[in-house]
Design a protein around this ligand. Structure first.
Ligand SMILES: C[S@@+](CC[C@H](N)C(=O)[O-])C[C@H]1O[C@@H](n2cnc3c(N)ncnc32)[C@H](O)[C@@H]1O
Length: 372
């Protein structure tokens, strides 16, 4: 019997979801089966990424709930063979209904504990979208990921990763989180670091294809690389951060020392720029938003420096912030600079702080020099 609910259209796909479901925010468990409308963008990005990842891929949606992501991938990414798995039989009733609703012959449901599923089968693409932290599930997801495959991992435990619950971050991720304006970049890099460390246990390395913070969650897509050398290379890209909130001085060290107390973080690139070049937001549910993010990710510079924020510079210098786009153009005359996707007021630059602060002061609307 078809479970109760309403049909929503997301992208090119119809999805039967429980009448009672989350619309905004982190998403609460409301009905028997979870669905959050706000994650449409997150599912869009999976579709967009898989469209550029090659044909004939086997996909495992390890924690599929209604199967929303699974059916979107099966319906919108030609050539995929999708397994939509969930431990809950109530969830599988929705998955089956959604496969039928979209007339899909390239999507199957599975009612297993994901740990058992990945002990038995492996896939080219493994998606992990748990409630809260992915940490208890990452090892199994790695087992279920084929040679050279892609791991896609969501973390909604923003408070620990971004430093609001530091003790929990230490327990889940064995990292010291950073608070303040760098907290979201820090959280994302702790998540990636934890995946690199898990992969290394299997003599596997990694390269992030795309990683981001949006709404209330972190998300990363990792290309798995095989072999001990690849694992060592990835571990070599973990590092520690020093940050002085009074002076805004920050630096990275690949060794832990008394000054560099935050981390470890993944210090390597967040995205594979060549890979991003092949992606397109056309036809997605939130095409405009996806296209805006795609632009930000493509242009974001991946220096070994964490983000600055206009508000951080403004409260430090006691000068009003200039318009960020104009300031980026100004900085680009002195070094590399770009906006960052983590917030509309954040940016990255390789210009040293001792040069950056005078450039900000000179460009602030309060500054006499600039207004003359
Ligand atoms: C956040 S929801 C997934 C949302 C879904 N990916 C979407 O886009 O709508 C997490 C799901 O994980 C399932 N789950 C929890 N533990 C599991 C396990 N060990 N194996 C498989 N599924 C599990 C829950 O039943 C729940 O449906």
């Amino acid at each position: 019997m078809r479970p109760e609910g309403t049909v929503v259209r997301e992208g090119l796909t119809d999805i039967l979801v429980p009448g009672l479901h989350s619309v905004h925010g982190p998403g609460k468990i409301q009905g028997a089966v979870f669905f959050n409308e706000q994650m449409a963008f997150n599912r869009d990005v999976s579709v967009m990424l898989l469209r550029s990842a090659g044909r004939g891929l086997t996909v495992a949606d390890a924690m599929a709930a209604t199967g929303s992501r699974s059916v979107r991938i099966a319906n919108e990414v030609p050539g995929t063979e999708v397994t939509a798995n969930d431990i809950s039989s109530d969830a599988v009733a929705y998955i089956d209904a959604n496969i039928e609703l979209n007339g899909l012959d390239n999507c199957e449901s599975s009612n297993m504990n994901m740990h058992s599923l990945f002990a038995e089968r492996s896939f080219d693409y493994v998606d992990l979208d748990p409630f809260g932290s992915p940490a208890p599930f990452t090892q199994s997801a790695i087992r279920g990921c084929r040679r050279g495959g892609i791991l896609a991992i969501t973390a909604t435990d923003t408070a620990p990763l971004a430093g609001a619950h530091a003790a929990k971050c230490r327990r889940r991720y064995q990292s010291e989180p950073v608070r303040g304006y760098m907290c979201h970049e820090g959280g994302l890099r702790i998540l990636i670091c934890s995946i690199a460390r898990e992969l290394a246990k299997f003599d596997r390395g990694m390269r992030p294809l795309l990683s981001f913070y949006a709404d209330h969650y972190f998300r990363t897509y990792i290309r798995v690389e095989e072999g001990a050398e690849a694992a060592d290379r990835a571990l070599g890209r973990l590092g520690y951060l020093q940050y002085d909130k009074d002076t805004l001085e920050r630096s990275i060290s690949y060794e832990k020392d008394p000054d560099h107390q935050y981390g470890p973080f993944w210090i390597g690139p967040l995205h594979d720029k060549d890979f991003l070049r092949g992606m397109s937001a056309e036809g997605l549910a939130e095409e405009k938003r996806a296209s805006k993010y795609l632009d930000l990710w493509r242009n974001e510079i991946d220096t070994e420096v964490f983000v600055y924020d206009m508000s951080e510079l403004s409260s430090h210098t006691k000068l009003s912030p200039p318009k960020i786009d104009a300031f980026m153009d100004h900085l680009s005359q002195h070094g590399r600079a770009s906006k960052s996707h983590v917030s509309p007021s954040s940016f990255k630059t390789d210009i040293p702080l001792r040069e950056l602060l005078p450039l900000y002061e000179e460009f602030s609307p309060d500054s006499r020099t600039h207004s003359l």
